[in-house]
Design a protein around this ligand. Sequence first.
Ligand code: ATP
Length: 235
Amino acid sequence: MLKLDNISAYYGNINALSNINLEVEKGEIVSLLGANGAGKSSTLKVISGLLEPRDGDVYFKDDKITGMEPEKIVDHGIIHIPEGRQIFPTLTVAENLKIGAYRIRKSTNWQNKLDDIFEYFPVLSDRKEQQGGTLSGGEQQMLAIARGLMAEPELLMLDEPSLGLAPLIVKDIFKIIKKINSEGVTILLVEQNANMALKIANRAYILETGEIVHSGNAEDLASDEKVKEAYLGSK
Ligand code: ATP
């Protein structure tokens, strides 16, 4: 479904990504792991058109999407939820969600879509009229994910959805990600919480200073001694 073919990307002279080859099949959850600055966010930015690669190509469902405008990439069905839950703090929950639906298919009634979304996120339904900025951190993350779902993505890319959240809330967020996936949305997940990210994923890639250093089946990676030692905080 998604293929990155030998991607290299720079910020000015800074080499953020080198020769990244990565694939995501339809229906999978794929996790992208690595330390701070390894290039995880940059990889998502290349896919969503926010960072133009210097070399290589990105393909989505057989279309070459390299260098396309981010809006066009959204039209192809790729939604990127960036790190830091960029919701609109002074708009209500319902207004934030409505904005997410701006590219919804004409055949879909956005009010029906909103009702579907509230089934996933009952906590947001209770807070429809509350300003986004007054939600708790976990609720804001749910709103960010919910807003992404309003655009009916085929591929949902989440950048560190667990960042700064309490362990119980993180569990809820991961449950929601799993449910979204089970209903047909393919997921590319960036996480520093490697333990959780490997548990939920089918496959994973591990980045180190802009290069992929390990990749494979998530279960195999979770039991690999080298991976355990370097990324999972155990020997
Ligand atoms: P984190 O977990 O800290 O978000 P990351 O794995 O997502 O890290 P990236 O944000 O992709 O890493 O950063 C990869 C490299 O590119 C880092 O060396 C970073 O300093 C650099 N970088 C990222 N954004 C920019 C930018 N806008 N300008 C210059 N350098 C950048």
